[in-house]
Write a new protein. Structure first.
Length: 420
């Protein structure tokens, strides 16, 4: 065996070109064998061991192919250290092969580290409170730094120069780099401010009218924030806009446990009047008004008794009005409503009269923040109030419609016919 090997050595030494081709083929075969052993044997063994752990069944953690990327380093190392053993190769070829392999190794390691950072972010996002302090923006910054360093090292390896030489030349390019990475730097600053000041979180309901954005935050990244609007469209907003532009975050409402109802009933001012004795007796039928009417009448009687002779004239006395009684009824109704939050502000007030009627504003909070339930509670309240208005001798104001005009014309014609 030894003699045959020496004969092959002698034969190859007599034919330099053949010697180079054979040993180069042996090197490539060795690299292929190393790649086969690492990927088909070692990597499968490692994956088999991992499969017995809880993380082994999590496809999301291994979709980045981190282990497969690192396995590519092995054949590159074989070629790097073996190329110098191939005889008769020009020195330039050896240098180029070494430089390319080194650049490939650096790039592969950089991509693997990037994949590891992605896995770290995936694991962090599964934490219960991860939406309060997202780290995706910081992960992206670290990735940019890694790729920047990898790029410098790859270029330095390819041109066979020290990275220090490239870094020294970056000083002159600082202004250009600042211009190129302007958005990245602004987004980085915005991401830090958003996270440190807890301005927005994933899951927050935000509203930006100037950008037609109204929905839930579904992703916070370095450069962009994604918002899914209520019509299920997705808006992508630059992160810096949440620092420079005004917007509304509804998180406070959601955390408070109550959502505000602030709507007005427009009352016809011509229907406002003092209650007669008969009307007051009729309203005593209302369970929610008995205490109010009794206490209010007692207060008014005591006031009027002080007027003595002047109290004989109705214009000098205090009397109960239908609108005041209705306002008391609405307040009592809201205080007894099971779906109205009783620990938050609750009031019924008049606003300034307008050409569209007298606004009676209902200001309260529902006991839920869920949108559909909130709209249902609000609608139920106003359904009841509008329906009960005639009991107080009040009317809702609305502009005349075509039907109203036709009825008025018909009534006029009928009256003229009767007169004739």
């Amino acid at each position: 065996m030894k003699e045959q090997f020496e004969q092959w050595q002698k034969l190859l030494s007599e034919h330099p070109d053949m010697d180079t081709i054979v040993k180069l083929a042996v090197l490539l075969l060795g690299a292929w064998i190393a790649n086969f052993v690492v990927k088909k044997i070692l990597m499968r063994g490692v994956l088999t061991v991992i499969s017995y752990t809880p993380a082994g069944h999590d496809k999301q953690l291994f979709e980045r192919n981190i282990i497969a990327r690192l396995a590519n380093v092995v054949p590159a190392l074989v070629i790097t250290y073996g190329i110098s053993s191939v005889p008769n190769l020009p020195e330039e070829v050896v240098v180029v092969v070494n430089n390319v392999c080194t650049a490939f190794i650096i790039l592969t390691i950089g991509r693997a580290i990037s994949g590891i950072l992605t896995v770290v972010n995936t694991v962090y996002e599964r934490q219960p409170d991860a939406h309060e302090k997202p780290i995706k923006g910081y992960i992206q910054v670290v990735k940019i730094a890694i790729y920047a360093v990898a790029t410098i090292l790859v270029v330095a390896a390819l041109i066979d120069k020290s990275p220090v030489i490239l870094l020294s030349g970056l000083g002159a390019m600082a202004a250009v780099l600042m211009l190129v990475f302007q958005d990245t730097l602004l987004s980085l600053v915005a991401s830090v401010q958003i996270t440190s000041n807890d301005i927005i979180r994933v899951g927050d309901w935000v509203e930006m009218p100037n950008l037609n954005v109204d929905g839930d935050v579904i992703d916070i990244a370095l450069h962009t924030v994604k918002v899914q609007n209520w019509d299920k469209t997705i808006s992508t907003i630059p992160t810096k806009r949440f620092i420079s532009d005004p917007f509304k975050n509804w998180r406070g409402m959601q955390e408070s446990g109550g959502r505000r109802v602030k709507r007005s009933l427009m009352l016809d001012q011509n229907s406002v009047h003092f209650l007669s004795d008969d009307e007051r007796k009729e309203l005593n039928r209302f369970r929610l008004l008995k205490d109010y009417l009794a206490s209010k009448q007692k207060e008014i009687d005591e006031w009027n008794q002080k007027l003595k002779d002047e109290g004989k004239e109705p214009v000098n006395t205090r009397r109960i009005s239908n609108i005041g009684t209705f306002r008391a009824y609405v307040r009592a109704y809201l205080q007894s409503h099971p779906r109205v939050h009783q620990e938050m502000t609750l009031m019924v007030r008049q606003l300034n009269p307008t050409a569209d009627g007298l606004p009676l504003e209902i200001y309260c909070f529902t006991a839920t923040t869920e949108w559909v339930e909130y709209e249902g509670i609000q609608s139920d309240i106003f359904d009841h109030l509008i329906s009960i208005l005639p009991e107080f001798g009040l009317r809702v104001f609305q502009h005349p419609s075509g039907v109203d005009m036709r009825e008025m014309v018909t009534e006029i014609k009928q009256n003229r016919h009767i007169d004739t």
